[in-house]
Every structure is written in C-alpha cells, then in structure tokens.
Design a protein around this ligand. Sequence first.
Ligand code: ADP
Ligand code: MG
Length: 412
Amino acid sequence: MRDESGSSKLVLEEKKAIKLFLWLFYIFYFAFELVYYYLDPLFTKKGKIGFPHEGLGIWLYVLVLGLLVPGIYIYKKGNPYVIKYLYVVGYVIFTMIDNLITYWGNSKPFASGSIVEVLFIVFSPIFINKKYFFVSSSLVIGKFVLLGLILQDSNTIPPIIIYLIIVAIASIVLLRFYSYIGSLKKVYEDLRQKEKLALVGQMAAAVGHEIRNPLSSLKGFTQLQKERYPDTNEFYPIMIQEIDRINLIVNDLMYLGQPKNIHFSKEGIEEIIAYTLSITQQQAQRQKVIVETIMEGPLPPIDCDGKQLKQVFINMIKNSIEAMPAGGKLKINVKVFGENKLLISIQDEGCGIPEEDIPNLGEPFYTTKKDGTGLGLMVTKQIIKEHNGEIKIESILGKGTVMKVVLPIIQL
Ligand code: ADP
Ligand code: MG
C-alpha cells in the first residue's frame, strides 16, 4: 500500500507518525522505568529503590536515548521510513544484551519486559505498513523465545503469550486500516473516473456539435455529385461511406455529452437489428464476413429507446467485423430468455480477447486498434445499463468472441 519512495505527502504522513511514535516511546519508556524502579518499590516496600546496576545498568538508558542521534540524522535526510526499524532493532538488541548479562550463568528468575514492547506492537498500525508490523512483532516475540532457550527459563513464556495476544489484536486493527484505506482509494478512483468522463463528455458534446452540421452538408453534396455524375467517379460511394463512419464516431461522442434522457417506447427488435445490419453491411462485404441472423421467434416488442439500441448493436457488430480482417462468420441470435427477457448474442470468429483484457473493455479510450476510439463499448455498456440490461463477454483468444446482451422486455 505504501510506496516507500513515496510522494512528499506520504513522507509527511510518515514524519507525523514517527514523531508521535518517538514521543510515545520515550515517555512510556522512562515513565515505566521510573514506576518500576522508584515508585513501585517505594510504595510496596519491596525490592531496592533506584535504577538497577546489573546488566548494562545506566548504559542501557544512554544507548536507548542515543538512538536519537542516528534517528534525527535519518529524519533530516528525509528518509523517515527507516527510523521505526532502527528503534525496534536497536531496542531489542540492547535489552537482549542487558538481559543476557543479568541472567546468564546464575539462577535468578527471569523478569524483564517493558511497556514499550507493547507499544512497538500496538502502535505499529499507525505506520500502516505490514512489513513493519511483521518485523516488530517477530523481533519482540523472538527476543523472548531466544532468551527462554538460551537461559532455559520458563519465565519467558508468559510475556510470549501476552505479546501473541496483543499481536492478534493489533493485526485486526491493521487489517481494518488496510480495508478502510482500500475503500477510500476505490471511492477516489471512481470519482476520478467520473470527473474524467464529465470532462470528456463536455468536450465531446462540443466537438460533436461542431462537426455534425458541416458533415451532413458534406454528405448531402457528395450524394448530389454522385447522382449528377453516376458513371464518372467510383470514389463517391467510398466518400459517402467514410462520412457515415465519421458520423458514427460523432454519435458516440455526442452520446457522452448528453444528459441521459432516454425515451422508452415499444419497438420490434427485428427492425432494430435489420437497421444495424444495413449500416454495417458494406463493411462486412468488404471484409468477406458472412452474417447469419437467427430470430427464434415470435419476438415480442420491447420497451426501449430504439435509436440508442441501434447504436449498441452497430458498435458491437462493427467490433466483430473488425475482429475478422480475413473474413469469417458472424452469427446473430435473438430469442426470448426467461420470463421477461430478450437475449441477443453476437458471435464472431475473430481474434478474440485475452482474458486479462476483458475488464478493460468499456473503459473510456481503451482500444487495441490503430484507428480505434475506445468509445464504442463504453457507450454500449452505458446504454444497456440504462435499459436495465446486462452484457456478458466470453472470448477465446484466436477463436472468437460472443457478446450476449440481455434486455428486459417490459421496463418495470
Ligand atoms: P474501438 O472499436 O474503437 O477500439 P470499442 O470500445 O468498440 O473501441 O472496443 C474496445 C476494444 O475491445 C477493441 O479495441 C478491441 O480490442 C476489443 N473488442 C471489442 N469487441 C471485440 C470483438 N468482438 N473481438 C475482439 N476484440 C474486441
Ligand atoms: Mg468499436
């Protein structure tokens, strides 16, 4: 989750976290030592008052305080991520040496541990870093396991059990943090996507609007020329076809910018499919694609916006034809599906789509084609969603693709 080389914002967060951590560390550390060696013996009249002279004695405190020197140096260098490791490793090594000097080779029962060890584990979630959590927990627990083995003292077992319980609790906290941050990230990404779409939509609508009118007069004049000189120029049909192509793209663009006003009326799916085939027919012929349409039927009229559904099937059929540059068969099958649904499947024998790319389909501008726009499927998906329908994509690489559209016959 955390990018260790991270942006300056993340470095700032880490600096805040490490400052908080260091304050807590030193306050808890010295408060604990004070209570343990001064206040507790003072009130309970048990044990000697004063800091211990065994082990590293006062030197332990000097060493722990001394960690501030490399700590501040690293902090100033702008790499605060390392400091937490420095502390946990330093602390564990120093106390380990201290314990070994104190308990090695004598029969004194082992009694050690400090509140800061709890702190290392309990506060590790503030760094939102699984690696650190793992390192700090295993170092602290590992220290007691190792001491237990070296000193052959079962008094190390209770702290191990307590720390294991704390690790379990802290790991729950950490996982909650992770899942919370995960959903925040998702919300943020959704928002960004929406903003991107809104911007694209506005631009698209403006551009589409500007292109539309000149385009229709261009088409009108070309048609006129063609009629006037029917035998002289073989390019006119191509010109008209290309203008139609631009028109389709402009339609997709315009759709993005429109406020979604959808007009449902009862329309026959046969006519809608027939219209889309008439639009795509030329391209299919050029690419030697044979279209086979099966209407399993009597098919009831459906509640839909006919103009928009035409766009859906034009987009899908065009994609299928484009996926078969060397020709092939395109099967369109329409049938009633379940109680109140219509299933339209469009199957090609084209290049297919790699499985890992399927989730990208319908992302704005996602295209694998040299002259693709990556808008077709996006518009398609939106229109189908507005019709409360569903789209399923199955594809085998090199074999072909089936796109299944399920639409409710009656909008409830
Ligand atoms: P465009 O057609 O402009 O590339 P689309 O949104 O229509 O944009 O399609 C996006 C991408 O999805 C295509 O570039 C292609 O990689 C893939 N795709 C869509 N339909 C098919 C299909 N029937 N066969 C293979 N790939 C397809
Ligand atoms: Mg397309």
